[in-house]
Design a protein around this ligand. Sequence first.
Ligand SMILES: [Zn+2]
Length: 173
Amino acid sequence: MSRSKAPRPSIPRSLVLTPHQLAAIVYHAEDAYPDEACGLIVGKRPVRGRCVASRVVVSANLATGDARHRFEVDPALRLRLERELRGSGEAVIGHYHSHPDHPAAPSARDLAEAYEPELAWLIVAVEAGKARACGAFRLEREAKRAHALALELAGDTKSTAKARPRQSARKAK
Ligand SMILES: [Zn+2]
């Protein structure tokens, strides 16, 4: 695939989730504790850095052996999703992971492994099994810098946030 033909990636400036999507992420983060949870965020290609999620996709954490301190989104899941989204106008626009008993800020390892500067990062801090805080960021690997993104909650008319969030997350569109 020719890199020059790819549309210029937009720098994320804000991340917009519905309360329903955020609840699904929080549920996953608490459920996975004390391991890190992770997953992908799908949405339309961002316009002026505004990353609006249409769907949250739960992944297994494949960081075997050290899932308490690391995360690795299932590459097969990502590939499947990218294929499914081809031509749809949507793409993977970000991902989320949790920090068990650590703050909701990118770790040195997160910065070192941030190979896709166009992706929004959502990090959920989980203390003793309860989500305490979350933050959205874009990461500049070479400059080793994290920039906070505005995290916005969009209107969610269905208001099913608390009802079986995990299952909803898989179906949510
Ligand atoms: Zn992290």
